[in-house]
Write a protein that binds this ligand. Structure first.
Ligand code: MG
Length: 385
């Protein structure tokens, strides 16, 4: 079998484009992946094109060898978007291999380690605030609206959700990933008060048994994360999640509070996780199959196991992303819970040929070959950026 062509697609998403890759072969099998962070869509597509030179004409099934080759030829541009582009190709190669053998990807690496995986409802309130026009829903105007939105988690059988900081107003607004807004890497009194009020309302609405996570991304420096984590202790969070590339700062935050700390999604390379593990800086380890690739995310999960830590896969994109993530979960021993976005772009279902099976916040691991779904390329073109 030989690779004949590699193609990428960027589809309009809720907050950034959804990125897909197709690898075609001379035996009629096409491997698909969902990969990368769409804010760098043009760059990622260019990187995949450059890396294709090392894959086209080769037998796609030696996935690990191709992965190593792509790493070595791009060594001078290690990490970041390069890493995500390698993931785009590597993931599609796994899909080909699974389809060629007639097995799901997790079977190829010794799975399944589980037949089901619990997921949490992510971006609870956040998309309803930040993307109501694309969703065709009503904006959030009051804490009563917040109560109404958050009550959906239990109503649909989920026992955990994740939210982001929201500011009251008409309509409500949210912190935008640390890139813009008045906070400028500072936890202002206004932001702290908004977070405390939001968690107070949410905890009161859902009761003591619902898991609540808060993701504050890279909004603040360590001092802000420390003050926030301490202020939120009364609400018994499942975790507070943030991103900080300095592991000692993460450890400072963890040492300062009883609120469990989750981090890691931006580290990409297993090497970049090492200091987090050695410093015991996190309670829960974020990995991202779409950003890291399957081989590296499994390596990080296995490292986490050595350090007695569970992973929580990052997964906020299209359905193929969920299938890829579930194959990771079904191939490792240490998953606390996985991310899932029940609310997404209205045409998300059209982009795939199979939907993930999710009931009461639990995904049944697909037994279909490869990742478990094909992409609908007509729909990818219809909703292209
Ligand atoms: Mg996060």
């Amino acid at each position: 079998m030989k690779v004949t062509a590699i193609e990428t697609f960027a589809v309009k998403g809720l907050s950034s484009p959804l990125m897909f890759c197709a690898i075609r072969t001379d035996e009629g099998i096409t491997g698909y992946s969902e990969f990368g962070g769409g804010r760098l869509a043009n760059g990622l597509r260019g990187l995949v094109k450059d890396l294709s030179a090392y894959i086209i004409g080769k037998d796609p099934r030696a996935v690990e060898a191709h992965y190593i080759q792509m790493l070595r030829v791009s060594q001078e541009a290690y990490g970041g978007a390069t890493w995500q582009a390698i993931a785009g190709i590597e993931l599609a190669l796994w899909d080909i291999k699974g389809k060629a053998i007639g097995m799901p990807v997790h079977e190829l690496v010794g799975g399944p380690t589980r037949t089901q995986q619990k997921v949490y409802w992510s971006h609870m309130l956040s998309y309803q605030i930040g993307a109501y026009e694309k969703l065709g829903t009503e904006p959030i105007r009051s804490y009563d609206d917040v109560r109404q939105v958050v009550s959906q988690a239990a109503a649909q059988g989920y026992d955990t959700f994740k939210t982001n900081i929201a500011f009251p107003g008409n309509p409500f607004t949210r912190l935008d990933q640390g890139r813009s807004g008045p906070h400028d890497q500072t936890l202002t009194r206004e932001t702290l008060n908004a977070a405390v009020k939001q968690l107070e309302v949410m905890r009161d609405e859902v009761g003591p048994d619902m898991g609540i996570c808060l993701d504050v991304n890279q909004h603040f420096k360590a001092d802000g994360h420390i003050r926030l984590a301490k202020a939120l202790e009364p609400f018994n969070l499942t975790w507070m999640e943030f991103d900080n590339l300095d592991a000692k700062s993460v450890r400072m935050v963890k040492d300062s509070t009883s609120t469990p700390i989750c981090t890691g999604e931006q580290r990409l390379a297993p090497l970049n996780y090492r200091d987090l593990f050695e410093l015991r800086a996190m309670d829960v380890c974020k990995v991202d199959v779409q950003w890291q690739g399957f081989i590296p995310s499994r390596r990080v999960a296995n490292m986490a196991e050595l350090y007695d830590i569970n992973i929580a896969p990052h997964n906020f994109n299209g359905h193929l992303s969920t299938f890829q993530t579930m194959n990771l979960c079904a191939s490792v021993s240490n998953v606390k819970i996985s991310e899932s976005d029940p609310v997404q772009i209205p045409y998300r279902d059209e982009l795939v040929t199979e939907l993930p099976e999710i009931n009461n916040g639990v995904v049944t691991i697909s037994k279909r070959p490869g990742w478990g779904t094909d992409l609908n390329e007509d729909a990818l073109k219809k909703y292209a950026v």
